[in-house]
Design a protein around this ligand. Structure first.
Ligand code: HEM
Length: 281
């Protein structure tokens, strides 16, 4: 029987089914009808994951100027245009999609939650609320400086509780340790990354002025948190890229070579990231 409420096109079957909101989207709906919505979701998740890696590298590049505040200010001023501010806001779309779809997968794999329709309604609702809040902070941007310690203590407690719960669910499963770490890092990022982006926009100087950033980063708990966040993102992204390589490359030697290259790149960016996190130590 058809459930009440709006139909996203996955109500009766995730592999196509009745026409609904999603079924009317151009291109995507064609793939959905030929390959199924799960295929489309997995691809969008993958593409957005790769897009986030590009943003991460760009982000680290800009931040690498922080040790020289005047240079950082000049660099940042180049990108501080209406267009880039819009891009910064719209970046929340791939982040939120990837986070919520990743959360859906984790609920699916580890908690047996398989009601796709309910998850999509939740996903859209949470995503829109988050986008609205972020846009609101970005446009108003003049709030009192929020206490970083207070904010991050709360976020860290929520995030660690969530990560621990996930860890307990998956640690004894027969999957490889590397896979489990990727899911665990995803669980940690699920709360931390949207919170990180929100925090940077609660007040404009918090996320954009070298002096304010440096002032925050000189505290040891902040250094540690940035370092852990950096390690979690890098590991998660590197394992993600490795799973994509594994899916498409049959040749063992080529796969091994690319895995080594990926490891070296991850270590290199990890080194730059850690140097940055502790540059005031
Ligand atoms: C915000 C919190 C995040 C959550 C909850 C999350 C969750 C997940 C999950 C569950 C997967 C496995 C998908 C699968 O096996 O089909 C995954 C894959 C991936 N993630 Fe994330 N992720 C997050 C953030 C990020 C970030 C920030 C990046 C990049 C910097 C990233 C890059 C990737 C990549 C490249 C993959 C591989 C895609 C694939 O195999 O289809 N993720 N993520």
């Amino acid at each position: 029987m058809k459930k009440p409420g709006f139909d996203l096109g996955m109500a009766n079957s995730p592999e196509g089914g009745e026409s609904g909101m999603l079924d009317r989207l151009p291109v995507l709906s064609w793939y959905a009808h030929t390959r199924g919505w799960k295929f489309v979701l997995a691809w969008v998740h993958r593409i957005f994951g790769l897009l986030l890696i590009f943003f991460l590298l760009f982000h680290v590049y800009i931040l690498s100027f922080l040790p020289e505040p005047s240079l950082y200010t000049v660099k940042w001023a180049t990108y501080d245009t209406l267009f880039f501010r819009f891009m910064e806001w719209i970046l929340a779309v791939p982040l939120i999609f990837h986070a919520l779809n990743g959360g859906r997968l984790m609920l699916y794999e580890s908690f047996g939650q398989r009601d796709d329709r309910q998850m999509i309604v939740w996903g859209f609702s949470l995503g829109f609320i988050y986008l609205f809040l972020l846009g609101f902070f970005m446009v108003t941007g003049q709030h009192e400086e929020v206490s970083p310690l207070f904010y991050w203590l709360n976020i860290l407690i929520i995030s660690l509780a969530f990560t621990y719960y996930l860890y307990r669910r998956i640690w004894d499963t027969p999957n490889s340790k590397l896979w489990k770490f990727q899911r665990i890092s995803g669980g940690f990022l699920f709360v931390m990354l949207p919170a990180h982006m929100l925090f940077m926009h609660i007040s404009y100087p918090t996320g954009h002025q070298a002096a304010v950033i440096a002032n925050r980063m000189q505290h040891f708990p902040m250094m540690m948190m940035d370092a852990v966040l950096m390690i979690a993102v890098l590991y998660h992204a590197a394992f993600g890229v490795y799973s994509i390589i594994e899916d498409y490359l049959g040749n063992r030697f080529l796969r091994g070579g690319l895995a080594v290259l990926l490891l070296l790149l991850t270590l290199y960016f990890g080194f730059i990231g850690l140097k940055l996190a502790f540059y005031l130590a």
